[in-house]
Design a protein around this ligand. Structure first.
Ligand code: BGP
Length: 459
């Protein structure tokens, strides 16, 4: 049976402004936290490559849009840099407006619909100096930024996202040290998560009140949680894991209420965030669609030794290393294709079957250059197999009624990735940093161009 996808399926790829754009000091942009952190501690970044130039999309977007057209992509997600659009948080930067307008227009002229996200981990430094996500003022600042973006680009952008993977700036910045400000404190992390949620709602509210044309959603990393086995204590660990990793953000955003189990855990451990009167009114502002980033599942088991009150998530659940797991040996992540089906069915059954799409899925490969053939084409059969396996399960979820409208690979052209810089390559196109950032198609780009043309997997 041919595995065909619904008519009008969104085929594309995803990236973000800070990971592709470069031009960190050009066009009136102010520094982001990443720009400043790199200046302070370049040794923390792989090969000491920082965010200042990344893939130079600031100058090369037209070239990239042409490659997208050649690959038949009909959509592409990237983000706006807050620091470029409003360098001081208040003043609209005309150079930024001109740049993004031409970028989005060029995508459209190449048959590529821009899906535009507002925040992809790139906190402005001026805001970080005032406490970043810990300072409630960010909610109004973010809503103002969102509204300025809707006004400036609303005629060109019909699909907006408020955030990419908000869980990541919470956990990497406030429960670990992979993002600035490298704080490890549950209470502060919860407050940061709460302000992030309010900022999301405030942006959706601005979108609704401005009566802008189009749709607004958000992008979450939703890894399905699997228990070690059916023992009751491990099933309970799975439920706690889901409350933390999935329902914490998904319940308020899609269902309009906080997850009761998570609230109980926060209360028991004196971790409730500071709220203001009428905050709950925000919960009335719902999204039109959901973006789901899926790379690998979370596997858990009961934690017999957790401290009370808890000091970290590890006091609640313990990770489980499934001995039979299939690995991506080039990145060290598990590959579990069926996870994408399980997410699809969870959205169908527990989240009102809201329209959703895979906003990121992909396979990172360290040292990928070694797979280049004599013509410099990376023979990435492993990536083709990865995409085909995931699309097959996604197709199954759609057959069973899950309301999925698209699939975006991370990423289009290999891009810079935070502390990992250019270590793990994910693109349909290779970037050759030795040859001035030259873009070279990989084998997977030819395979995918056919899938898109046929709107179906090969038989
Ligand atoms: C996702 C992020 C992306 C990107 C990707 C790859 O979670 O949304 O920004 O960085 O992960 O990550 P890495 O380069 O660490 O393998």
């Amino acid at each position: 049976m041919t595995k065909s996808f619904p008519k009008g399926f969104l085929w594309g790829a995803a990236a973000s402004a800070p990971q592709t754009e470069g031009g960190a000091n050009l066009g009136g942009k102010s520094p982001s936290t990443w720009d400043v952190w790199f200046e302070k501690e370049p040794e923390r970044f792989f090969n000491q490559v920082g965010p200042s130039n990344t893939s130079d999309v600031y100058h090369r977007y037209a070239e990239d849009a042409g490659h997208m057209k050649a690959m038949n992509l009909n959509s592409y997600r990237t983000s706006i840099a807050w620091t470029r659009l409003l360098p001081d948080g208040k003043t609209l930067n005309p150079e930024a407006v001109a740049y993004y307008r031409d970028y989005f227009q060029t995508l459209r002229e190449n048959g590529v619909e821009p899906v535009i996200n507002l925040f992809h981990f790139d906190m402005p430094w001026w805001m970080m100096e005032k406490g970043g996500w810990e300072n409630r003022e960010i909610v109004d600042h973010f809503a103002y930024y969102a509204d300025q973006a809707f006004q400036a680009f609303g005629d060109l952008v019909k699909k907006w996202a408020t955030f990419n993977e908000p869980m990541v700036h919470i956990e990497c910045g406030y429960l670990g040290d992979a993002h600035w400000p490298m704080v490890n404190d549950m209470k502060r992390a919860v407050q940061v998560g709460y302000h992030t949620l309010l900022a999301h709602f405030a942006a959706v509210k601005a979108f609704r009140e401005g009566n802008y044309d189009g749709e607004i959603g958000t992008i979450l990393n939703l890894s399905p949680v699997y228990p070690k086995d059916d023992a009751p204590e491990n099933i309970e660990a799975k439920e706690i894991g889901e409350a933390i990793y999935i329902k914490s953000l998904l319940d308020p955003i899609v269902l309009g209420h906080f997850n009761p189990r998570l609230t109980a855990i926060l209360k028991e451990n004196d971790l409730m965030p500071n709220k203001e009167a009428h905050d709950d009114d925000y919960l009335n502002y719902r999204i039109d669609f959901l973006g789901v980033n899926y790379y690998q599942p979370v596997r858990v088991q009961h934690q017999p030794e957790g401290k009370r009150p808890i000091e970290s998530r590890g006091d609640l659940v313990r990770g489980y290393n499934w001995p039979d797991k299939k690995m991506n040996p080039h990145r060290g992540w598990e590959i579990y294709e069926k996870g994408i089906y399980d997410i699809g069915m969870t959205i169908k059954n527990d989240y009102g079957n809201i329209p959703w799409f895979i906003s990121e899925n992909g396979m990172g490969v360290e040292g990928e250059e070694k797979f280049a053939d004599a013509d410099g084409i990376i023979q990435d059969d492993y990536r083709i197999e990865f995409i085909e396996g995931h699309l097959s399960w996604l197709h199954q979820a759609i057959e069973e009624g899950s309301n999925c409208f698209g699939y975006h690979l991370w990423t289009f052209v290999d891009c810079w990735s935070w502390l990992n810089a250019y270590k793990n390559r994910y693109g349909f196109y290779r970037i050759d940093l030795e040859q001035d950032g030259k873009r070279i198609p990989k084998q997977s780009s030819f395979w995918m161009a056919d899938v898109i043309k046929n709107n179906a997997l090969p038989k």
